[in-house]
Design a protein around this ligand. Structure first.
Ligand code: DX5
Ligand code: ZN
Length: 212
């Protein structure tokens, strides 16, 4: 299974240092941007993304948990994002934001919160490069995996196979060596945060996940 490393739960003063043995071995870096309005937490902005881009070589999978993504697309494109994923529940016109991201030559993704059904984003699927299914309530790392997300990635895989859509299926929250087994048959990649960033045996754990 491909891994997108969430750098949310690190000591920001030595983020790179603490992740250096796996940061170039994961498939994507996952940047959790939070505005304190869309989610009850504030993380980091485009400048942090820009500084990490100077040292991290893998593609950037930027996850905007912000109320008005349309106001920040350019900043996160300029910061070096390869994928920009925003929430369908945010205060925006999703089709406009998809077009705004793609007009900058960056890949566009939509994320759905645990209470949001796949039905809500069906009409956008033909235009998306990524769908990010939240398997925790967005806002914090280290939460427990919510099993209702399994049906969503199953449904997204079925739709993708049936209609030939090209989006990557991604899942985010509470992914570890156990929960990864439930979803690895259906997803193209998975976001992993604390299972890796809080561990002493990061490399062993990463290799375990890659084998799934
Ligand atoms: C939560 C973030 C997730 C989180 C993943 O709002 O979107 O990316 O950081 O962290 P873990 O893997 O610890 O649940
Ligand atoms: Zn995330």
């Amino acid at each position: 299974m491909k891994v997108s490393l969430s750098v949310l739960n690190v000591d920001y003063m030595n983020a790179y240092e603490s992740l250096k043995d796996i940061v170039d071995l994961v498939d994507y870096e996952h940047l959790d941007v939070m505005d304190g309005e869309f989610v009850p937490n504030i993380s980091f902005g485009p400048d942090f993304v820009k500084s990490l881009k100077k040292v991290a070589k893998r593609p950037f999978d930027t996850h905007l948990m912000i109320m008005h993504p349309q106001n920040y697309i350019d900043k996160f494109v300029d910061a070096g994002s390869d994928y920009i994923t925003f929430h369908v529940e945010a205060d925006c016109n999703p089709m406009d934001v998809i077009n705004q991201i793609k007009a900058k030559g960056v890949k566009a993704g939509i994320s759905i919160k645990p209470k949001t059904s796949v039905e809500k984003i069906k009409k956008y699927l033909p235009y998306l490069d990524m769908v990010l299914v939240m398997s925790v309530e967005p806002g914090f790392g280290g939460q427990s995996f919510m099993e209702n997300s399994i049906d969503k990635v199953k449904e997204l895989k079925k739709l993708k196979d049936e209609f030939g859509y090209s989006y990557l299926i991604n899942i985010d929250g509470g992914i570890n060596n156990e929960t990864a087994k439930f979803i690895s048959p259906y997803v193209d990649l998975a976001v992993v945060g604390s299972y890796l960033t809080k561990a002493n045996d990061k490399l062993d754990r990463l290799n375990l996940l890659k084998k799934l």
